[in-house]
Design a protein around this ligand. Structure first.
Ligand code: COA
Length: 478
């Protein structure tokens, strides 16, 4: 009996314990309501002072197979942002621009030095078997391969996408080509070819003159900028997918992207004349394609380039003047035409469109009595948008551009100090790292030792193979 009673008590205690455990279990589950742990959560905000938490692309290593301008623009920008850019050059020759437009005998040209700052240079013969081995090791050690060879050249070196992806599935392969897939994909392309094929030349210049190319390198440097964005986006995606991808920027596409407002105008033509083009005001009929617009401004704010004091002898004594509607009254007062404010022929933007030539001729009488900087100072006081035509000489000497790091002076061992354009993209926590360009093969030993962890013996073997030296040195090595 006792035992039975005991058993009963024991049973009820066990039941009580069980239900307590249940409660405890339930209680344990409760924390499920707390903030879920995020996978790949970003690190906590750095407590370091701004600009002292490293650079934006620290840790990214680029195998730089670029030459001439488009590709080098891209990799220089990435280097400014902290990427370790290893430029692979042909032994003895290097990037062809090293001696193009050479101004100082025996020194790398400004063409080269201004596009290859902050990089390291290694010479490797990519067609030499030992050179190929070294390249494969570099492919493994890098995050991005950037190239702008003629179509097929990288494949002929054996560096096909399939090969690279097999050696390093995380590698991003970024290329500039002249044209995307299509009838012209195999063509070699330089800057002005791209400007012509991308719609810039047909829409630049005066309508009674031939197409013009622009001084800004929108085909080369413009496409390099597009490529840099593609690379950074691919690096970002790789954080999620773990794998690399191909990034392709065709120069024709890059130019067309920059000329997109002209494709806008092409479509507007179907619905009538382009009223902001001065040819509308001058009664000249439009054809089937977007015409050259001279110095007309692209938007709905008519503008033109006007002479300033000194224009007879100074080719840059001009100002770009925009007759923005909200400041029309101020413009009329400044140029001594207050009556235009209420004259129905001039008071509204649509009324002014057919009279732009006369309006700008009148404004020019005023600008010719002032220097371009006086026009700028006076107009800025009234919020009138104007821009002095600045020469390269003026830009090179402009103190504010030096202060912001947009124009930077760097020293070079063989040519001395030179000016370069720093990073035009300012990151508040990643100060630009603008250094001189490397000499040909300056970092060959360093890259082999530090990046590929080669021993002295291995370095000697690679060198003796002739894979890193120019043909005449190969003969000596043999
Ligand atoms: N070791 C051995 N060979 C190397 C080498 C190295 N380290 N680096 C380059 N080469 C070789 C290439 O393999 C290629 O040889 P291949 O044609 O026998 O295969 C050769 O050097 C040169 O390549 P290529 O790109 O054809 O140079 P190019 O001077 O004839 O043409 C361009 C120059 C710019 C027209 C062409 O590269 C091009 O169209 N690029 C794409 C568009 C572009 O970027 N244009 C703008 C330039 S600013």
């Amino acid at each position: 009996m006792v035992m039975r009673t005991k058993t009963k008590r024991a049973k009820s205690k066990a039941a009580a314990d069980k239900s307590a455990r249940k409660v405890a279990k339930l209680n344990m589950k409760k924390p499920a309501t707390k903030t879920p742990v995020r996978r790949n959560a970003p690190p906590r905000p750095s407590g370091k002072p701004w600009g002292e938490a490293g650079r934006a692309l620290d840790g990214v290593r680029i195998l730089d197979f670029t030459h001439v301008q488009s590709g080098p623009t891209c990799t220089q920008l990435l280097a400014y942002m902290g990427a370790d850019v290893i430029k692979v050059e042909r032994p003895g020759i290097g990037d062809v621009t090293r001696d193009q437009l050479r101004d100082v005998k025996g020194a790398d040209s400004l063409y080269f030095t201004m596009l290859n700052g902050s990089k390291r240079s290694i010479t490797i013969d990519s067609k030499h078997p030992k050179g190929r081995e070294v390249l494969d090791r570099l492919v493994k050690a890098c995050d991005v391969l950037v190239e702008n060879f003629a179509p097929g050249a990288l494949d002929r070196m054996g560096l096909t996408w399939e090969h690279i992806h097999k050696v390093n599935p995380r590698m991003i392969v970024a290329s500039v080509k002249g044209f995307g897939p299509g009838p012209y994909e195999d063509c070699k392309v330089y800057e002005n070819v791209a400007q012509c094929a991308g719609g810039s030349a047909s829409t630049t210049g005066f309508r009674d003159g031939p197409p013009l190319v622009t001084g800004a390198q929108i085909g080369d440097s413009g496409t390099g900028l597009h490529l840099a964005l593609g690379i950074v986006a691919a690096l970002f995606q790789r954080n999620r997918t773990g794998r690399g991808q191909k990034v392709l920027c065709a120069m024709q596409d890059g130019v067309l992207n920059l000329a997109r407002v002209k494709l806008r105008d092409q479509q507007r033509l179907r619905h009538g004349p382009l009223t902001e083009y001065s040819q509308y005001g001058e009664g000249v009929a439009f054809g089937l394609a977007t015409p050259r617009a001279g110095n007309d401004s692209g938007g709905g704010q008519p503008g033109w380039i006007l002479k300033c004091k000194g224009w007879e002898s100074d080719p840059d004594a001009y100002v770009y003047f925009i007759t923005q509607a909200p400041v029309w009254g101020a413009i009329c007062d400044l140029i001594g035409k207050p009556e235009w404010k209420s004259d129905p022929d001039y008071a509204t933007p649509p009324a002014r469109l057919p009279r732009l030539r006369k309006i700008f001729d009148t404004i020019e009488q005023w600008t010719m009595s002032k220097t371009k900087f006086e026009v700028m100072d006076i107009c800025n006081g009234y919020d009138i948008p104007v821009g002095p035509i600045l020469s390269m000489q003026e830009l090179a000497e402009e103190p504010s551009l030096r202060a912001t790091g947009t124009v930077v002076e760097v020293d070079h061992p063989t040519r001395g100090p030179y000016l370069t354009v720093g990073n035009p993209i300012k990151l508040s926590d990643s100060p630009a790292d603008v250094r001189r360009s490397p000499l040909l093969g300056e970092h060959t030993d360093e890259v082999l030792r530090v990046v590929l962890r080669c021993s002295d013996k291995e370095i000697s073997e690679i060198k003796a193979s002739g894979a890193l030296s120019a043909p005449e040195k190969k003969a000596e090595a043999a």
